[in-house]
Ligand binder design. Structure first.
Ligand SMILES: [Zn+2]
Length: 269
């Protein structure tokens, strides 16, 4: 059987059109093999960090990044505000400000963050804590036993019932800014009992010590969003823990003259 000439012509046209597509696919395959960074996928978790913890330690509390910009980089995270005016908790796409009186407010998008860590949270590991965790050290040990490696950052969302909770927030400062240890010396501490809420935060590996504080850093916000802060200690009755395994870290380097001119060799140790 012979094909009608018009059909043969259309097949030849089709095969000529396919050649550049084939070559493009071949090139893409070769480039893919040579690529160092993994291609972003649906489950790829990229954290954005604003400034460095040593910068905060020194007293650089004037931010360059607005909360409108920050919400483009994540729906989950922790940080602070201009003039170190309280603790930030980002959960389910909402950014909360826990002030020095413990009260929680939705952050205004025009506010700025001198330090923050945010990303789009994806639960890659879940565990249900049925045994009480009597203090923060026990909770840290329980969580760390579940981590596949100590050499990558992790994000934690811990929704639970707390028999006891000790949180703090820091009071707004004016320029010239004192170092962080002087601000923390004047922190407001709140002790809560029998409260439901969520711990939000990260675990950072040792090799990021120049940018952040290795280990756990968790902030709390109550289910009713009436109180929140930086978590100092806790006793958990029960909790559901969701863990995200982070794949990359993007650092936003402040362009401010204050950051650009500071001597980091004199950062508090
Ligand atoms: Zn904190």
């Amino acid at each position: 059987m012979t094909l009608p000439s018009t059909r043969i012509q259309s097949m030849r046209v089709a095969s000529r059109n396919l050649l550049p597509i084939f070559l493009a696919c071949l090139m893409a395959g070769l480039l893919g093999c040579a690529s160092v960074a993994p291609a972003p996928t649906k489950t790829y978790s990229a954290m954005t960090q604003v400034s460095t913890y040593p910068a905060l330690d020194i007293g650089l509390y004037a931010g360059d990044v607005t909360y409108a910009q920050l919400e483009q980089a994540g729906d989950f995270g922790i940080g602070t505000f201009n003039d170190i005016d309280g603790e930030m908790i980002a959960l389910d796409g909402k950014f909360y400000q826990a002030k020095a009186d413990g009260s929680v407010h939705l952050a205004d998008k025009t506010m700025k963050a001198p330090f923050a860590m945010v990303h789009f949270f994806q639960s890659k590991q879940q565990m249900v804590l049925k045994e009480p965790q009597h203090n923060y050290d026990q909770l840290k040990t329980t969580l760390s036993q579940q981590l596949p490696s100590a050499n990558r950052p992790y994000a934690f969302r811990i929704a639970g019932v707390f028999a006891y909770l000790k949180i703090r927030s820091v009071p707004k400062q004016n320029e010239p800014y004192p170092p962080l240890k002087e601000v923390i010396a004047r922190q407001a501490i709140f002790e809560l009992r029998h409260i439901k809420g969520t711990l939000v935060g990260y675990w950072m590996p040792q090799y990021l010590a120049g940018l952040n504080v290795p280990g756990y850093h968790l902030h709390f916000v109550a289910d009713d969003k009436r109180i929140g802060g930086h978590m100092l200690d806790c006793s958990l009755t029960a909790a559901t823990v969701d863990i995200d395994h982070l794949d990359s870290l993007k650092l936003l380097i402040p362009p401010s003259a204050a950051f650009q001119s500071v001597d980091f060799t004199r950062a508090p140790k």
